[in-house]
Every structure is written in structure tokens, then in C-alpha cells.
Design a protein around this ligand. Structure first.
Ligand SMILES: Nc1ncnc2c1ncn2[C@@H]1O[C@H](COP(=O)(O)OP(=O)(O)OP(=O)(O)O)[C@@H](O)[C@H]1O
Length: 351
């Protein structure tokens, strides 16, 4: 997709200025509460009219104040998934799903109902009403309904923020699979950096109605090292947990990691703060941490008085954070060998 946006909108005590062009399939809009994300989404869908500017999607103008053009929402073919699923309570799951499909002109119907139901794993729910579904099931139905309306672009405005932590991260693979399988580009809007990294490649950052940065999701996370109380969050996909005494041994690349958290069979995602890695220049003699990884420093980046280290190990890449003084004392440079100690309890399951 190609999306060009150059718009401004003023409310009494808030104004939004956006000027960006994106080309790609998985874009993110990131910003704190009140930064203007939903206002921008409203302008893209056509529910909010910009004061002036232009919005062009795949070469087709959707809004142009110069040309006095404002394509109505129903003709923009932009799908929406919101924070709350907004399902029709009197309709079954099947009828909710088919709502948009039936309203879509036959020539635009590309998404196959049976295939979509399979990807979202909601086949067993089709004949049920929606009121008693779990939060995660409701959101999967809402995603399915949006996708079945065959949008040219899917806008997801904080689609996970009403779900509790474990559900949030269970829904992410469905969201990604559904868009990838059916070739639907999306804009993912969120104030969660972890969600952004899992969903988007490039990210446009808004602060108080102003677009301040366009970058890669990973870069954005790394740039906040030292400024964020939780540090940089490493995301690890670990496999095949095997009970080992009171712990669980997981596979990570060519390494085994010991964790306190039991995971489901197959793969599970875990987060690990950059603050939870303790670095040694030489192999320590005896340590209480259950994991000791031999690593090479593959990249260094500074943020304030903190230094972020990208560490390459046989398992994969991890980011650690240490004070600038410590990095100098340890004579850390690109190519340095270090040992990273990590407690079994430092890994937190996502979902
Ligand atoms: N219709 C409106 N009239 C007046 N002010 C509005 C209107 N809509 C939004 N605003 C104001 O614009 C600002 C940006 O709101 P917006 O909902 O776009 O932010 P957001 O980044 O989506 O926030 P959140 O993450 O909390 O939803 C806020 O200060 C809000 O109060």
C-alpha cells in the first residue's frame, strides 16, 4: 500500500498536524494518550473531516480540501478494529462475521469465509450468540468481521488494550496471520511499544498532535533505553519446555535456558528486561543465576548516561543495559566477549 497523508485539524485546545507517506504492509502509529492517534484514524476512515490537507491511498484521493473532495466512509473500503469489539448482540457469530461481507460488492470479495474461520479458529463458535463469548473470542470475531468486509486497508486502533495481558499476546498471532494470509495491509495504532514491535515494521511517532519521528519499531524501543523505567524489553520465542527439577528448560536457538515459568507445548513468547542481564568480562566462578550466556557485543548505543549493548549469543540477540561508567570500566567495545547472567525468574511469559 501507499498512503500519503498531509492534514491538519484543530479542536479548541488541541491541534493535529500530520505529514507522512508510507509504503509497506505493516505500519504503526505510536503515541501516548492524547497524542492524536484516534483523530488521525478518524480522518483516514472519513469519520473526522480535516480542516485542510490531502489523503491519498494507492494513488486515489480520499480527501482533498483543495479539490473539495471528501470520499464518504462507506466508499473508502477501509476496515476498522477498535479497542472494544462492538459486535451486534442480537446476531450469531456467523451473522456478525457475514455482516460486512454481504455489504461488500461481489467484485471486491477476496477473503474466503471458511479460510478465515480456520485462521481465527472460531469454527466451533459460529452458531453461538456473541454475548457470552470470552473477551478474546469476541475480539477474534471483530477481526474476522472487519477482514470479511474486504478492506483495502485495515486500521486497528488499540485493538488489544481492553484485553488482559495474557489474552493480548494470544491475539497478536491471529491478527498477523489473518492480514498476511489475505494480503491486507494495516496500520496498527497503539501506545504499547511491545505490541508495536510485534505488529509493525516502521512506526510513526506522535506527541501532542505532532509527528516527531518515523523509525523502525526496534529502533524506537532501543532509543528509549535508559529513559524507560522498564528498560528495553527483549522478546524471546522459546520452544519445547522440559521440566527440570523445579524449573523448565527451554530451547532458544542453539541454547537451553532455564526458566521458572512453565510454558505450553510448542513455542511461547517471553519478555526479558535489558536491566535483568548482569554482565561479566570473564567467566564467573560461582553464581546463583541459572543462565550464563557467552556473548559477543555486536552493537553499542548510548542513551543519556546508559549504554545499550546488543549481544549476540548462540541463542539469538539480546539487549543489555549498563551505566556508561561501567561500560568504560569494563572496556566494552564492539567485538568484546562477555558473559551474561540471567535469573530463571527474570523471563516473563507473554500470553
Ligand atoms: N471531537 C472532539 N472535540 C474536541 N476535542 C477533541 C475531539 N476529539 C478529540 N479531541 C481532543 O484531541 C486530543 C487527541 O485525542 P485523540 O483521541 O486523537 O488522542 P489519542 O492519541 O487517540 O488518545 P488515546 O490513546 O487516549 O485514545 C485530546 O486532547 C482530545 O480531548
Amino acid at each position: 500500500m501507499e498512503l500519503q497523508v498531509q492534514v491538519s485539524k484543530r479542536y479548541d485546545d488541541f491541534s493535529l498536524e500530520a505529514d507522512f507517506a508510507v509504503a509497506g504492509e505493516r505500519f504503526g502509529i505510536f503515541g501516548d494518550s492524547g497524542s492524536g492517534k484516534s483523530t488521525l484514524v478518524g480522518m483516514l476512515t472519513g469519520l473526522v473531516t480535516p480542516d485542510r490537507g490531502e489523503i491519498v491511498f494507492n494513488g486515489e484521493p480520499l480527501f482533498s480540501s483543495r479539490q473539495r473532495l471528501n470520499i464518504p466512509p462507506e466508499r473508502r473500503r477501509i476496515g476498522m478494529v477498535f479497542q472494544h469489539p462492538h459486535l451486534f448482540p442480537h446476531l450469531s457469530v456467523r451473522s456478525n462475521l457475514l455482516y460486512g461481507f454481504k455489504r461488500c460488492a461481489p467484485e471486491y470479495r477476496r477473503v474466503d469465509f471458511a479460510a478465515l474461520v480456520e485462521v481465527l479458529k472460531i469454527g466451533h463458535l459460529l452458531d453461538r450468540g456473541v454475548t457470552n463469548l470470552s473477551g478474546g473470542e469476541k475480539q477474534r470475531v471483530a477481526i474476522g468481521r472487519a477482514v470479511l468486509s474486504n478492506p483495502r486497508l485495515l486500521l486497528m486502533d488499540e485493538p488489544l488494550s481492553a484485553l488482559d495481558d495474557s489474552l493480548r499476546f494470544q491475539i497478536i498471532p491471529y491478527l498477523k496471520n489473518v492480514c498476511e494470509n489475505f494480503g491486507i495491509p494495516y496500520l496498527f495504532i497503539s501506545h504499547s511499544l511491545v505490541e508495536m514491535r510485534l505488529m509493525a515494521e516502521r512506526v510513526i511517532v506522535f506527541e501532542r498532535g505532532r509527528q516527531v519521528e518515523e523509525t523502525e519499531a526496534e529502533e524506537l524501543a532501543r532509543g528509549r533505553i535508559g529513559t524507560s523505567p522498564v528498560g528495553y524489553i527483549n522478546l524471546l520465542r522459546l520452544r519445547e519446555p522440559v521440566p527440570q527439577n523445579s524449573l523448565y528448560a527451554y530451547r532458544w536457538g542453539d541454547l537451553r535456558l532455564l526458566l521458572t515459568a512453565p510454558g505450553g507445548a510448542g513455542e511461547s513468547m517471553f519478555e526479558l528486561s535489558s536491566k535483568d542481564l548482569i554482565l561479566f568480562k570473564k567467566h564467573p566462578e560461582a553464581i546463583s543465576a541459572r543462565n550464563l550466556l557467552e556473548c559477543t557485543v555486536s552493537s553499542l548505543f548510548t542513551s543519556g548516561n546508559k549504554v545499550g549493548l546488543e549481544l549476540t549469543s548462540a541463542g539469538g540477540v539480546l539487549v543489555a543495559e549498563i551505566a556508561g561508567d561501567t561500560a568504560r570500566e569494563m572496556e566494552i567495545a564492539i567485538g568484546s566477549k562477555v558473559f551474561a547472567a540471567i535469573k530463571a525468574s527474570a523471563f516473563r511469559p507473554l500470553g
